[in-house]
Design a protein around this ligand. Structure first.
Ligand code: AMP
Length: 116
């Protein structure tokens, strides 16, 4: 499967359905199909960067844009007081879709001081 054919690219192109929370010229936010928390959203750049480690200086503004939209979306969804943002980079870190995405997780108590 080429990078252009990732499941998220197909969602961005409207070829397969998704529950879209937000989109603009540079990113889309959808509900995760297998939620790990009461609120589980994915913020996905429209540019198909395979993973965070493959982002380049050219992506500087885009990465900032994604982080700012995370805050906006958290406020929109009423979870701005407590949410977790996760990026899995690489299969051994749990990445299953090789198109950069930020997980927004909220609505449950996360372990204090624990990242896993
Ligand atoms: P990761 O394991 O970090 O690559 O995260 C990929 C995420 O994409 C998982 O949480 C999946 O549940 C989610 N996912 C996969 N396919 C879809 C889909 N068609 N719609 C929404 N979320 C999806």
């Amino acid at each position: 499967m080429s990078q252009a054919d990732s499941i998220f690219t197909k969602i961005i192109q409207g070829d397969i359905p998704a529950d879209i929370i937000y989109q603009d010229d540079d990113c889309i936010c959808i509900k995760d199909i297998q939620p790990q928390a009461p609120t589980h959203l994915l913020v996905i750049p429209k540019k198909p960067i395979p993973c965070l480690a493959q982002a380049t200086e050219q992506d500087h503004a885009l990465l900032g844009h994604l982080m700012l939209r995370v805050g906006d979306i958290a406020r929109h969804c009423g979870v701005e007081e407590a949410f977790r943002v996760v990026i899995n980079n690489g299969a051994d870190a749990g990445q299953t879709v090789f198109h950069l995405h930020l997980h927004i997780l909220a609505g449950k108590a996360f372990s204090e001081g624990s990242l896993v």
